[in-house]
Structures are given as structure tokens and as C-alpha cells.
Design a protein around this ligand. Structure first.
Ligand code: NAD
Length: 456
């Protein structure tokens, strides 16, 4: 099949490379000419495990190309995926300006399609509020009388394991109105769904529904996951207050099959390019329809507070008093992890950035390390912090270490060497990478999430 993938970010690039792997001819389109130039040279502009190899393989094979111009692609395509950003507007709603601009461009290019061509399947893969498929339809129809259908196909990939998620999905949700649209979508996804039963509309991993339900499914999934995180973060705070250990609580509740073990880790508050903006968009949709979403408002508020948790522990440890304008002047803190989670270079809404702001506001110096996310942070905040080449260099001479991202390499650190590099063996671990008893035994003052602080 001939497929256009419009938008070459985290979702668009992964979709383009994976659909190429599925045996299709793919044209990736982006407005960012510099990005397209890099892509054409085989340079992957983002870090995502395995993506560069897969995308280069198909670039070299010739079944994946990139352009800033979608016209030729539209003329011959079976399907066009819209994978552009849907950032948060000032009022919290999803800003659809990129999606609707692409829809209008698709509509204008439709004149190049042969009159007897099969309907173009235009797929909303961006995360968009209920009703967007209808708006995209109207935006295209305003420009053309050629046949097309708009399908909603929300994306559930997780940054850091995006290829695995795309190539072996838990489920594929397709909101469409015709059998032709479903057949095109099935042909594209069939290679990733093992066995014919998985594309059986009656079950398996294939979920056909109306576009509005598909649009809502994406938000409902993200809202449920965010709620789970905020719930566990609150339980962690309570565990500390009552002298319980959240690790024990977590595994024991996770053994209940109605709850399940995934997504129960407490942490320093969620961030990333999806949860914060998607929750705001869903809250907004609720308000617009007179259905306030109270659990979601609480999830957002709990997360706002959780993002202060490491700083609160640090202030308590160093005896910071209210009213002192620069209580940590002369202190230097090492911060490991800048991306909002491990295995990505994405720092959008990362709590590490809030932590940096907080530490600097208290007068301290911050030296940071991340395995992939230092370039985007440098682009965002420049020289407000010092960038270290490796984790040990960051720790050297620092008054304490803070951990914001759960990179496996941090967990595998030589704690003895780390303790020797720091001025004092003090750690604020937002990801519970170590066991408190072992840390105390090894001479550390160790603060983590939901397990009570320990001293040597
Ligand atoms: P991104 O910001 O990484 O990429 C978007 C790309 O679209 C950019 O390269 C931008 O230049 C391009 N673009 C903007 N306007 C364009 C136009 N008119 N024509 C062509 N290209 C254009 O965004 P992303 O993280 O890939 O997210 C895209 C969508 O997918 C969002 O709605 C997001 O919520 C959703 N989503 C993201 C993830 C994720 O983990 N990142 C997961 C699931 C769903």
C-alpha cells in the first residue's frame, strides 16, 4: 500500500518506519525543512531505541522517503495518517490548528487524485478530542469533492518502547464508518497482529468502533493510567506518614488480578508530552459537556503536589527556613535524569526541569546528567546548569545526589565510587532505584518515595 505519514515526530516517525517494515511504500512529510533534510540523510532526530536502525533500513531500501510536500503522496496514496502535535491551548483544550491545517492541505491536494480513485482513507492518529474526525472531514470537504473517509486510529505507543508497542500492539482501535476503511486499516496492521483471530472484529486485538468512541478511548486510557500513578503517589506519601513500606503494599495489591501489577510504581510526579496535556483536554471536554471529571481534577492536583516531593525532602534535610532568600547558596546538587522517563530524550513537562528551577531558586548550583536528554535541555534552559559527561562527573564534589529518571545504568552504579565522589553520602531518589536498608548499611542518608528516609 502507499501511505502518507504527515508529521515526523515521535509518533509519525515510528509509524512511518513500522508501516515500511510491514511492506508498504511510505512518504513521511513534515513542515520542518531542517528535520526533513536530516531525515533524508538518514539522521534520526529523536532518540528511541531501535528506531534509527529500522528507519535507515527502509530509507536505504527505498520504500521510505521524506519530503516537505505532501501533494505527490496524496495523488497516489491509499491512506494518509495525520501525526502532528496537538499541544495544550491556554484554556486547557487540545489545540487543533496543526491537525486542521493538515486537513485543509490534504483537501487541496485531493484534486491531483484520479477521479475514479478509491476513497482516500485519512487517519487521525494524533490524540484529538471527541468530534475531531467530523471537523477534519469538514475541513477536507471544504476543499474537494473527491472521495475520502476520515478514520480515528489513536496511538498508544510509549516513548522508550515505541517500536515494540507499534509492532506488537496490545490493541488496535479503529473508529470508522465503512468496510472499505476497515479493510485498508486491517491490511496495514495485519503484519503486527499475530494470527488471523487478532483481526477478527469480534475479538482479539482489533477494535472497530465509531470515530467518537475511538477518540474517547485514547483519552480514557491516558486518564486511567495517570490516575493510577497519582493514586500510588498518594499511597506512597501516606506510607511514609504511617511508617509503612510502599514496595510491600505495591506487590501485594498488584497480585489482585482485578488490579494487576503494572503501573504501580510511585515516583516524582508524571510528566511527558501526553499525560499532562491530555488530562487538561479531557477535563475541558467534561466541563464543556456539563460533566465535571472529579477524579481527574484530583489526579492533576495530586501530581502538582508530587512534583514538589523531592524538593520538599531536600529542604527538610538541609533545614531550609521559609523567608531565607537563598538558603542553599554555596551548595551544589547533582541531578541524574532529565527526560520525563528512561529510554527517551523527551523532556516535555519533565519534572526534572521543575526540580532544576526549584534548586536554582533556593540559591544552589546544579550539575546535571542524562544519557540522551542533555541536548534538548540545553536548548531549553541553556547554561543555567552545568552539564556533566557522565554520572560520576556530575556527582563529584556535590552536596547530594537527586535522581529523577529511572535509567537502568543509574541503578547499576558503583555505590562505593559514587559515595566517594560526593561530598557527603546523601541521596534523594525519586525512582526508588535502591533498597533503603542496604543504603543505610552502606553509610548513606537515603530519601526515597513511600519508604521512609534512612540514615547510616
Ligand atoms: P512531535 O511534536 O514529536 O511531532 C509532531 C511533528 O509534526 C513535528 O515534527 C512538526 O514539525 C510536524 N508538523 C506540524 N505541523 C505540520 C504540518 N502542517 N505538516 C506536516 N508536519 C507538521 O509530536 P508527537 O509526540 O509525535 O505527537 C503527535 C501526536 O501524537 C500528538 O497528538 C500526541 O498527543 C500523540 N501521541 C504522542 C505519543 C508520544 O508518546 N509522543 C503517544 C501517543 C500519541
Amino acid at each position: 500500500m502507499k501511505v502518507l505519514v504527515i508529521g515526523s515526530g515521535y509518533v509519525g516517525l515510528v509509524a512511518a518506519a513500522c508501516f515500511a517494515e510491514g511492506g508498504n511504500w511510505i512518504l513521511g512529510v513534515d513542515v520542518d525543512a531542517a528535520k526533513v533534510a536530516r531525515l533524508q540523510k538518514g539522521e534520526c532526530p529523536i532518540f528511541e531505541p531501535g528506531l534509527e536502525e529500522l528507519f535507515k533500513k527502509h530509507l536505504e531500501a527505498g520504500n521510505l522517503t521524506f519530503s516537505t510536500d505532501m501533494k505527490d503522496g496524496i495523488a497516489h496514496a491509499d491512506a494518509a495518517f495525520i501525526c502532528v502535535g496537538t499541544p495544550q491551548s491556554e484554556d486547557g483544550s487540545a489545540d487543533l490548528k496543526f491537525v486542521l491545517a493538515v486537513a485543509a492541505q490534504i483537501g487541496q491536494a485531493m484534486a491531483l487524485r484520479p477521479k475514479d480513485a478509491k476513497p482516500l482513507i485519512v487517519v487521525d492518529k494524533s490524540t484529538v478530542p471527541v468530534g475531531t474526525a467530523a471537523r477534519v472531514h469538514a475541513a477536507i470537504a471544504a476543499e474537494t469533492d473527491r472521495a475520502f473517509e476520515v478514520v480515528s486510529n489513536p496511538e498508544f505507543l510509549r516513548e522508550g518502547s515505541a517500536l515494540e508497542d507499534f509492532l506488537k500492539p496490545d490493541r488496535v482501535v479503529v473508529g470508522c464508518q465503512s468496510n472499505h476503511a476497515e479493510a485498508v486499516m486491517k491490511a496495514l496492521y495485519a503484519p503486527f497482529l499475530e494470527g488471523p483471530q487478532r483481526v477478527d472484529p469480534k475479538g482479539g486485538k482489533w477494535f472497530r468502533m465509531d470515530p467518537a468512541s475511538a477518540e474517547m478511548t485514547k483519552y480514557a486510557a491516558n486518564a486511567m493510567l495517570a490516575l493510577r500513578i497519582s493514586f500510588m503517589n498518594e499511597m506512597a506519601r501516606l506510607a511514609e506518614a504511617v511508617g509503612a513500606d510502599i514496595d510491600h503494599v505495591k506487590v501485594a495489591i498488584g497480585a489482585d488480578h482485578r488490579i494487576g501489577p503494572a503501573f504501580l510504581n510511585p515516583g516524582p510526579g508524571f510528566g511527558g508530552s501526553c499525560f499532562p496535556k491530555d488530562l487538561q483536554a479531557l477535563l475541558r471536554t467534561g466541563r464543556e459537556h456539563g460533566e465535571p471529571l472529579l477524579t481527574l481534577s484530583a489526579t492533576v492536583e495530586a501530581n502538582r503536589q508530587q512534583k514538589q516531593v523531592l524538593l520538599r525532602k531536600l529542604k527538610a534535610h538541609f533545614g531550609v527556613k521559609a523567608g531565607d532568600p537563598a538558603p542553599l547558596k554555596g551548595k551544589r546538587f547533582a541531578l541524574w535524569g532529565l527526560a520525563f522517563k528512561a529510554n527517551t530524550d523527551d523532556t516535555r513537562e519533565s519534572m526534572a526541569i521543575e526540580l532544576i528551577d526549584g534548586l536554582i531558586a533556593l540559591g544552589s548550583e546544579v550539575i546535571v546528567h542524562d544519557f540522551e536528554a542533555m541536548p534538548p535541555v540545553r536548548a531549553k534552559i541553556g547554561d543555567r546548569v552545568i552539564y556533566a559527561e557522565d554520572p560520576m562527573k556530575a556527582a563529584k564534589g556535590a552536596d547530594a545526589l537527586l535522581i529523577a529518571t529511572e535509567w537502568a545504568q543509574y541503578k547499576a552504579s558503583d555505590l562505593e565510587a559514587l559515595g566517594a565522589a560526593l561530598k557527603a553520602k546523601v541521596m534523594f531518589d525519586g525512582r526508588n532505584l535502591f533498597r533503603p536498608e542496604a543504603m543505610a548499611k552502606a553509610g548513606w542518608t537515603y530519601h526515597s518515595i513511600g519508604r521512609g528516609s534512612v540514615k547510616p
